[in-house]
Ligand binder design. Structure first.
Ligand SMILES: Cc1cc2nc3c(=O)[nH]c(=O)nc-3n(C[C@H](O)[C@H](O)[C@H](O)COP(=O)(O)O)c2cc1C
Length: 174
């Protein structure tokens, strides 16, 4: 089992993807293996609660989630929630999330949507018994310059999030 970093924005100029890439590269620098999953690279159907569970691409993503011991989930904030693509992934992969340790990396337009990821976090906690790391990355465009995360605090927080993910996964023997 390895760690999994998910980027869920479909925007080619996504800022949350930069957060996800920073996390992925931090794992690499530490010599820790992590899988990469970018929803922009996968064509998956909208969950219909029925036949879409049998879709081969959806099954492949389900396997990736199932095989992860801990997950970093990078999400764009849309309408005071995660984007529909992130929610659709969870709808399609459902109980593959059971008992996973999950950390969030969010990119938003403004500071006021800070709590907006809690709806999804609650669902993961209560539906699938996920352990949500109580340490989020929440960033706005000020934290990025020319396609890079430039705010040192955001970079430090990503490193801290990874340390916490590793610590919790080790403690839980995952
Ligand atoms: C449809 C839509 C809805 C949005 N809703 C919010 C919102 O409720 N709160 C907020 O802070 N930013 C909102 N934004 C701004 C995005 O969170 C921001 O552009 C962020 O960078 C998106 O992540 P991404 O760059 O990884 O795609 C919205 C953007 C779009 C396109």
């Amino acid at each position: 089992m390895s760690y999994l970093v998910i980027s869920s924005s479909l925007n080619p100029k996504s800022l949350s993807r930069l957060l996800a890439l920073t996390a992925f590269n931090t794992f690499k620098k530490k010599g820790v293996f992590a899988e990469w999953l970018d929803l922009a690279d996968h064509s998956i159907p909208f969950c219909d609660g029925d036949s879409t569970y049998k879709n081969p691409a959806a099954k492949n993503l389900r396997e990736k989630v199932q095989n992860a011991k801990g997950i970093l989930f990078a999400v764009p904030i849309y309408n005071y929630d995660v984007n529909a693509a992130a929610k659709n992934l969870i709808e399609l992969t459902g109980d593959a999330w059971t008992n996973k340790v999950v950390g969030f990396l969010c990119a938003a337009g403004g500071k006021s949507s800070y709590m907006s990821v809690m709806g999804l976090a609650n669902s993961l906690m209560l539906d699938f018994r996920c352990l949500i790391i109580p340490r989020f990355i929440y960033s706005t465009s000020e934290d990025f310059t020319e396609g890079k995360v430039t705010d040192p605090q955001v970079k430090d927080r990503i490193s801290e999030l990874i340390k916490e993910l590793e610590r919790l996964c080790m403690t839980l023997n995952q």
